[in-house]
Design a protein around this ligand. Structure first.
Ligand code: SAH
Length: 384
């Protein structure tokens, strides 16, 4: 699609989390009570001040919200009962509510979560042998309209707030079986995280904070098409997650057909910026490449990709298309995947092939939401 028509949506107005709230009114209705979930240390210290409490109460609230993930003020047992009651009268803690939950035969769980204004986003829980992964959304819908991605088909609604991004993590962690496996978090769900920079960066800081969700930076990955001004800002963050770049084509002409954003942020410039990004513990940038049968999956494409990335310290993740009736592409044959992979490996590139997970529950991003818009859900909504 022409980029011109997507332009205004590419830089949507920033939603200012909680700006509509009325600080201070003890008589506020439940709808107008300020939501504390999503506030950072500074915001919570301010709340403590508004209540006439010392600043360290803010730090206590922070730990209850993100490290212990309390759902109610009354559970915050190191705060005096009277303070808990005052908090409950003036503020609230909101996580997204569950609209639908599907469990795959491979253990993957897909959540459709409803936000306060009715918008829905998808999050996924992916259990593995030695770790478990949460896949998060950063926008409701997506304005980028990549040709192979269902989220784009569903259209763009809005940016998520810090609380809405973190609320997905809290909801999925809360629902997961109690295991002592480390958490991985990937921002690879709906939306483009770098088109929602402030909320994404705010959520990342709380996720990586040892006093917050305490997810190690090397276990967090942000996936992006490469919005260059925002990528430059992310590079300046004192603590940064891993970086995955959605490449999907070995040259500008083909990438532009698949990803309209190529017209604005060309792949050569995106790769150059990604190679300057300092990763946690000397890790490597991942280049994601969705394989589409007969479109970008030939041995010639693989050779071109190998040339493009030669000399770059990186990993390539090949992703066989997750097909859907709404998409005009087919997945590659297993032989094409093997041949593509072999060319990259022969060129000394580190390459992996993503195993499809949760196909039976529509775990590809955007699938569940589209299905729901088209037909009544096959499963009854469950509660967490
Ligand atoms: N906007 C960001 C993050 C969301 S997409 C980005 O583009 O990186 C996360 C990953 O899912 C991307 O690599 C994307 O290309 C991939 N993806 C999207 N649709 C897919 C599909 N139908 N099959 C397989 N992978 C898909």
């Amino acid at each position: 699609m022409p980029l011109g028509s997507a332009r205004s949506a590419l830089e949507p107005p920033m939603t200012e989390p909680h700006s509509e709230a009325e600080p201070g009114g003890p008589e506020t209705s439940p709808v107008a009570r300020l939501d504390l979930f999503g506030l950072d240390r500074t915001g919570l210290a301010r709340v403590a001040g508004e209540l006439g409490e010392p600043a360290y109460r803010g730090a206590q609230l922070y730990a209850w919200l993100y490290r212990k993930r309390a759902r109610r003020f009354e559970d915050m047992t190191n705060l005096a009962k009277a303070l808990r009651q005052r908090l409950a009268a003036r503020y609230r803690l909101r996580w997204p509510s569950l609209a639908e939950r599907r469990v795959s035969s491979d253990g993957t769980v897909k959540y459709l979560l409803r936000l306060e204004d009715g918008a829905t986003v998808e999050s996924v829980y992916i259990p593995e042998e030695r770790r478990r992964t949460i896949c998060l959304s950063t926008q409701a819908g997506c304005p980028l309209k990549c040709a192979f991605c269902l989220t784009g088909v569903g259209g763009y609604k809005r940016n998520l707030t810090v609380g809405e991004i973190l609320g997905q993590v809290a909801a999925v962690m809360d629902d997961a079986p109690p295991q002592r496996l480390p958490w991985n978090v990937v921002m690879m769900g709906m939306g483009e995280p770098l088109l929602n920079y402030e909320a994404t960066a705010g959520a990342l800081r709380i996720l990586m904070d040892p006093e917050g969700f305490a997810v190690a930076p090397k276990k967090l990955t942000l996936s992006t098409v490469g919005i260059l001004p925002a990528l430059a800002k992310l590079m300046q963050e004192p603590v940064r997650p891993n970086l995955a770049i959605s490449l999907h084509a070995p040259n500008a002409a083909l990438r532009r057909e698949l990803m309209p954003i190529e017209a604005r942020y060309p792949l050569e410039a995106v790769i150059a910026a990604a190679q300057r990004y300092a990763l946690p513990r000397g890790g490597r940038v991942t280049y994601e490449y969705v394989l589409l049968r007969g479109v970008n999956d030939s041995v010639a494409h693989a050779r071109e990709l190998a040339r493009l990335l030669s000399g770059s310290r990186c990993k390539v993740n090949l992703i066989p298309l997750n097909p859907a009736p709404e998409l005009p592409f087919a997945p590659p044959t297993p032989e094409a995947v093997d041949a593509f992979c072999a060319v990259l490996a022969d060129s000394q590139l580190t390459v992996s092939v993503r195993r499809p997970r949760g196909r039976d529950i529509l775990a590809a991003c955007g699938q569940l939401q589209l299905k729901r818009a088209a037909a009544p859900p096959a499963l009854a909504p469950a509660t967490p």
